[in-house]
Design a protein around this ligand. Structure first.
Ligand code: KG4
Ligand code: ZN
Length: 338
């Protein structure tokens, strides 16, 4: 069978990314131009700045991805692009670029859901992984428990009712004086802290499969404010460790009880927070204890990138899914609806 080479584009938030992926699982190039330094001084992503930077970088990033893959546009078979969810102005830059290439070169166009991409990152890191499995998607914008029935069929089993896990990380990080994105920094501090030193709440929401992280976030902010008012110095390592433990406990226990209830033996993690050491360790222990297989992507594929979009686009393409020239950015695109 002929090799299928996908040129994939991802611009849903603050990373301008392009990649070439062959047959879904072989990454020929994976270029990521991050805007983190630009957004840092505002404490989070500023949508208008993100869109402008995507416009500036997109062509360069695409050229670099083709160059590194040693391919010309004519040798590409499919164009894949994230069209939601995300920041509308940011998404539009990628969608317009993808449509322009698909139109000019007469190539099929495939629209990819961003979360579908995060899940697919696991297929690149683990060549043997196949659906069905249960995936915990934890990123800056999403916290979902997704049953991956097959390569293009997803069922949402639980999701956050307020803040996403990564969002809570970033807000807590800011409160203890760390710059955006705070998740990795909290993770590093947590390693050196005592998680028993402070008790933050664990929102179990009557043991259903939805999540809520605004309670623990507020508890940390209140704790920090109270310390400041009393003039006490804050042990940021202990705060990080206690906060992380409270988030990780909830993520692990809900994932495990859902897997047990549904008799699912294979679990995957996805999204930026899947890079978290505490989450990886605790989920590994729990999976071993319950004799389940656990997968998570290599670090570079946890946070936003276009290789994961190329992988998801390949499976969508094989299924026959095609986008037309009226493809638009959909900021709140639901998962699993084509
Ligand atoms: O998947 P991603 O790049 O973007 C979204 O789709 O939202 O995830 C970014 C999020 C940020 O909130 C960042 O703080 C968090 O992932 N993150 C982490 C770690 N690495 C990234 N959170 C906790 N621990 C980490 N090691
Ligand atoms: Zn993402």
């Amino acid at each position: 069978m002929k090799d299928i080479k996908v040129l994939a584009i991802e611009t849903s938030c603050d990373e301008t990314a392009a990649a070439v992926v062959q047959n879904g699982r072989t990454v020929l190039s994976n270029i990521i131009s991050t805007q983190i330094d630009l957004h840092k001084k505002y404490g989070g992503v500023v949508p208008e700045i993100a869109s402008r930077m995507h416009v500036e970088k997109i062509n360069l990033v695409i050229e670099e991805a083709l160059k590194e893959a040693k391919l010309t546009l004519d040798e590409i078979d499919v164009i894949g692009v994230t069209y939601g969810p995300g920041l509308v102005g940011a998404l539009l830059v990628g969608v317009v670029a993808a449509k322009a290439i698909a139109f000019a070169k007469d190539k099929p166009l495939v629209g990819v859901h961003h979360i579908e991409g995060h899940i697919a990152a696991n297929y690149i890191s683990h060549q043997e992984l196949e659906p069905p499995f249960l995936c915990l998607v934890v990123s800056g914008g999403h916290t979902h428990l997704v049953y991956v029935k097959d390569y293009t069929t997803y069922e949402i089993m639980g999701k956050t009712r307020d803040d996403a896990a990564g969002e809570a990380y970033d807000k807590v990080a800011r409160a203890i004086g760390l710059t955006y994105p705070g998740g990795p920094k909290v993770d590093r501090l947590a390693k050196e802290g005592n998680k028993e030193a402070i008790k933050f709440p664990r929102a179990m929401l009557d043991a259903g499969y939805d999540f809520s992280f605004s309670g623990v976030k507020s508890a940390v902010l209140n704790y920090v404010n109270a310390c400041n008012m009393k003039g006490e110095t804050i042990n940021t390592k202990d705060v990080a460790a206690a906060f992380q433990s409270s988030v990780v406990d909830v993520l692990v226990s809900k994932t495990m009880s859902l897997a047990k209830e549904k008799n699912i033996q294979t679990i995957a993690l996805a999204g930026g927070v899947a890079a978290n050491n505490g989450l990886r360790e605790e989920m590994t222990k729990a999976a071993q204890k319950n004799r389940m297989k656990l997968y998570y992507p290599e670090l570079i594929l946890c946070t936003d990138n276009a290789a994961m979009i190329g992988c998801a686009a390949y499976y969508d393409y094989m299924k026959g899914n095609r986008a037309q020239m009226n493809l638009n950015a959909v900021p709140n695109l639901p998962l699993g609806k084509k």
